[in-house]
Design a protein around this ligand. Structure first.
Ligand SMILES: Cc1cc2nc3c(=O)[nH]c(=O)nc-3n(C[C@H](O)[C@H](O)[C@H](O)COP(=O)(O)O)c2cc1C
Length: 179
């Protein structure tokens, strides 16, 4: 069974992206898909400065190995200025080689409805930097989709399911091809 890593890319202590990632992880749990959340808020983050991996700290090296061992990813992206947030882009810059030629889904949270195309920036970055292919649909939420500590939109739940159907189908197809 393939393993999926969920990357929670917001540093906000009350992050909606984290709630969206939690909702996605719950669906993976229900499908018995092996998964793990890497929440950027829990890491001692460093800037990418082109140094070799061995010169980064323990958190960075540990995360890199987890990404290398996984087959698929789900990126939780907070929308900043119609694009990817700085910390998430920095994370991808450091770890791009660990994700080479794998598959990913994207879930993203924004303040308003008009920044939907921002998620396409992340797909393009992953394609160029890691040859990662992203599946559709990209799951996009705004403040209206949350109530307190949870993501509460049925429409979003359905989108997450559709995204996971496609991601898991791709992961199984790759596994069969490599068998
Ligand atoms: C620097 C910055 C830039 C932002 N730019 C946008 C934007 O372009 N479009 C938008 O809809 N929301 C924008 N927002 C709002 C965030 O997407 C929103 O607060 C979202 O909930 C952030 O995710 P989080 O709750 O996980 O931190 C911006 C927020 C910040 C802090």
């Amino acid at each position: 069974m393939p393993k999926v890593i969920l990357i929670q890319g917001s540093l906000n202590p009350d992050s909606n992206t984290a709630k969206l990632i939690a909702a996605t992880a719950k669906q993976l749990e229900q499908r018995n898909v092996k998964h793990e959340i890497i929440d950027l808020r829990n890491l001692e983050l460093q800037f990418c400065d082109s140094r070799p991996l061995k010169e980064y700290n323990h958190d960075t090296k540990t995360v890199h190995q987890k990404l290398a061992d996984a087959q698929g990813f789900i990126f939780g992206m907070p929308v900043y200025c119609y694009s990817v947030s700085g910390p998430l882009k920095n994370f991808i810059d450091i770890h791009s080689s660990a994700m080479e030629k794998k598959w990913a889904g994207i879930v993203g949270q924004a303040g308003g409805k008009s920044s939907y195309m921002a998620l396409g920036d992340l797909a393009r970055i992953l394609a160029f930097e890691s040859h990662v292919t992203t599946v559709q649909p990209h799951v996009y939420t705004t403040y209206d989709d949350y109530n307190g500590d949870a993501m509460t939109s049925d429409k979003t739940q359905a989108k997450i399911e559709e995204m996971l159907d496609n991601l898991i189908a791709c992961l199984h197809a790759v596994k069969e091809e490599n068998a």
